[in-house]
Design a protein around this ligand. Structure first.
Ligand SMILES: N[C@@H](CCC(=O)N[C@@H](CS)C(=O)NCC(=O)O)C(=O)O
Length: 357
């Protein structure tokens, strides 16, 4: 009888750190507990007996308290070239299977090329379900051993003059996430390859790509520790979500696409007056809605700045540069006060778009 078919995944990562350092990150418990689980999780408990035949076991804990325990035994320990160990999820609701992991470490371009082979999955779906977990886990390994830390894995593609790019930059700054800003214009081959509609921003976290500002900010919120980008209560989170959606659907169009952009990119040397004038007519109702949303607070939702504020602030910043927008905003004191509160923050000041040119 033929043995049952099994499936395997292979991942390659170039890591800017010496091979010994990368190898040790797998076998030294004090290093492993810093990275050996996907982003947004922590190592709750960890035991390593690193010798051939020795066993290991560790528990990953998600933010919501869910725990996942994995264990196995070491088959081969060849520092710094190769490590082989078994991997089995434990607990009642986990798949009952023992898989095998081989990690090969080779020196390349002053760093290490790591090749992970995770084999023995009983189904293609089970195999595929481990892909993102390893991607995210290796991002953390890079954060730990690459001298550039998170900036080695987190890249934001976009133009720093874009309102939405700035919103993400503000969220990253508020969260304390280091990143590389990769200048990229909409609808270029580079962006089209990452975003099906060719828009900016796109966030890359190693091989993981996320597009759409609100999705990116959510990813940043859940993947990284640091101050929350969301309000604390269910009601306020819904309020924040409501404003994120409304800003994208009803506010960005008239304020940015049909008011700011015709000034910034005049057609035939002249701003398109008809489009601008029509957008100006929409402004009082928009500003009144936002003013009411602020009420006596300085934020659109909750008691501190959140995603909705990071999406609105870059839009208002540009509107205030042009005469009609500037004059109209001044009639809405809560809006003025709320914007002034965000404009005070380092995340706003440090992401000023380059002007002119
Ligand atoms: N809904 C998208 C909007 C992104 C967007 O429109 N970005 C602008 C730059 S601020 C862009 O890529 N514009 C190109 C275009 O409109 O085709 C998001 O939330 O990220």
């Amino acid at each position: 009888m033929n043995p049952p078919q099994t499936f395997q995944l292979t991942q390659r990562r170039f890591i800017r750190a010496p091979r010994e350092r990368v190898f040790d990150a797998f076998v030294r418990i004090e290093h492993a507990r810093e990275w050996m689980c996907p982003r947004g999780m922590s190592m709750a408990q960890c035991e390593f007996d690193v010798r051939v035949g020795g066993s290991y076991r560790f528990t990953m804990r998600a933010r919501d308290g869910d725990q996942f325990t994995v264990g196995g035994s070491y088959r081969e320990i060849l520092r710094p070239e190769r490590l082989t160990y078994t991997w089995a999820w434990q607990g009642e609701n986990m798949p009952n299977m023992e898989t095998l992991i081989t990690v090969a470490f080779s020196e390349r371009d002053g760093g290490t090329e790591l090749v992970l082979t995770h084999s023995g999955f009983p189904s293609a779906a089970m195999c595929a379900s481990h892909e993102d977990g390893w991607n995210s886990t290796f991002n953390r390994l890079c954060d730990l051993v690459d001298a550039r830390g998170q900036a080695a894995t987190v890249t934001l593609y976009g133009d720093p003059r874009s309102t939405y790019v700035r919103s993400v930059r503000m969220g990253l700054a508020e969260k304390g996430v280091k990143y590389t800003l990769q200048p990229a214009a909409p609808h270029t081959p580079e962006v089209n390859a990452l975003h099906p509609f060719g828009r900016i921003p796109v966030l890359a976290d190693g091989p993981i790509h996320v597009f759409e500002t609100s999705a990116i900010l959510r990813y940043v919120e859940e993947a990284f520790p640091g101050p929350s980008l969301l309000p604390g209560s269910i009601r306020e989170r819904a309020r924040g979500e409501q404003w994120v959606s409304a800003l994208n659907a009803y506010v960005d169009g008239p304020l940015v696409r049909r008011y700011v952009l015709p000034y910034v990119f005049p057609k035939d040397g002249k701003p398109d007056r008809a489009t601008i004038d029509a957008a100006v007519k929409e402004m009082p109702a928009l500003f009144a809605a936002l003013d009411a949303a602020y009420g006596t607070r300085n934020f659109l939702a909750g008691n501190g700045p959140t995603m909705a504020d990071y999406i609105l602030a870059p839009m208002l910043f540009y509107v205030g540069f042009f005469p009609e927008g500037k004059a109209l905003i001044a009639n809405y004191p809560n809006l003025v006060r709320g914007h002034a509160a965000i404009a005070e923050r380092a995340s706003f000041k440090d992401t000023m778009p380059p002007m002119g040119g």
